[in-house]
Design a protein around this ligand. Structure first.
Ligand code: DAH
Length: 341
């Protein structure tokens, strides 16, 4: 029996020393020390031993159990240390490897221009209004004093949504003047930017959808001098303090008098070149003193509250500012183009 015990110890210690993981160690513990294990099996035979031998074998059996337990404990430490090291190695982070690039988008150049514009107007005390792109002809034309036979009312020019020509895709942001006066009342300083729609063929300078910025100021004592001062300030903020401007008489149904504002060509300095089509000047917006009829249509007394208004094309501003030659680039959203801004 002594030999049996020694054999168990030898076999157990060897097997334990070679165990590679916790699961292997556990099955060895069951194999040698478990209820049905080898050591237990030997102990069960102890009843047949003589009175002298029993304590001797008993003690040996205890020693064997103790040394097997100790070996399992020691190997368990080795195994888990080894597992930890393997994990650390597998999960090691090499901080010297260059990071992954996450491509980030940025503001579209035209909206960058719009945001600059809004900043400047807000700084001058203007409020920003938003309004519908699906508009009533009443607001897009009638209340803006556009006569029934005005060419822009024609079905060949404007996208109508109903047979009776009462609902349309707005052809200008000017209806926002009416909406702002109706909802806000006077005095008012507002701008409103957004999409407008016209039946135009696509080319380098036209698109059936484009953007406008509309502006309106109505207050006691407003004159043409306020119009010129405000617009000159805005344009010089955007194009630089030395930008030369001029105002030419024009006609719009909703303003009287009306004008267009030009800036001196930044390319040729006014001499005339392909950019300004030989003119030396580039037209950038329409403006004027709000027509008394328009004010009256909104319940405002033009004698007490005169006003001025203006409207400009946002794409054209962006084209000028970034020296882009074709408006289609603004809408195509080719990243090779957009990435340049
Ligand atoms: N709505 C005009 C257009 O689309 C632009 C315009 C001209 C707006 C004069 C105005 C203005 O407010 O006073 O051509």
């Amino acid at each position: 029996m002594k030999e049996q015990l020694e054999a168990i110890r030898k076999g157990a210690l060897e097997a334990i020393g070679g165990a590679q993981d916790t699961a292997g160690l556990e099955s060895l513990r069951v194999k040698y020390l478990g209820k049905k294990g080898e050591l237990t099996a030997v102990l069960k035979q102890m009843g047949g031993l003589s009175a002298e031998l029993r304590p001797v074998i008993g003690q040996l059996a205890n020693e064997v159990r103790a040394s097997v337990e100790k070996a399992i404990e020691a190997q368990s430490a080795v195994v888990s240390e080894r597992a930890l090291r393997a994990r650390l190695e597998a999960e090691a982070v090499d901080v010297t490897i260059p990071g992954k690039k996450f491509p980030l988008g940025h503001k579209h150049p035209m909206y960058a221009v719009l945001d600059d514009m809004k900043e400047i107007f807000i700084g001058m005390g203007f409020e920003i209004f938003d309004g519908p792109e699906v508009e009533q002809a009443e607001y897009n034309f009638t209340k803006l004093n556009a006569p029934e036979d005005h060419p822009s009312r024609d079905w060949t020019d404007t996208f109508y949504l109903t047979e009776d020509s009462s609902i349309l895709l707005r052809s200008q942001t000017s209806p926002m003047q009416i909406r702002a006066m109706e909802t806000h009342g006077v005095p008012i300083r507002m701008i409103s930017a957004g999409r407008v729609y016209r039946k135009d063929e696509v080319d380098a300078t036209h698109s059936p959808m484009f953007h406008q910025i509309e502006g309106l100021v109505v207050d006691k004592g407003i004159t043409m001098a306020d119009l010129k001062g405000t617009l000159n300030t805005i344009i010089r903020e955007i194009y630089g303090p030395n930008t030369q401007t001029r105002f030419r008489p024009h006609h719009f149904p909703f303003t009287e008098p009306s004008c267009e504002m030009d800036i001196q060509c930044h390319k040729c300095g006014g001499k005339g070149c392909p950019t300004c089509k030989g003119e030396g000047w580039i037209e950038i917006l329409g403006a004027g003193m709000v027509h008394p009829k328009v004010l009256r249509n909104c319940g405002i007394d033009p004698e007490e509250y005169p006003g001025f208004a203006f409207g400009m094309g946002l794409e054209r501003l962006a084209l000028g500012q970034f020296k882009i030659s074709d408006m289609r680039l603004i809408f195509e959203n080719d990243v090779r183009f957009l990435e340049q801004f």
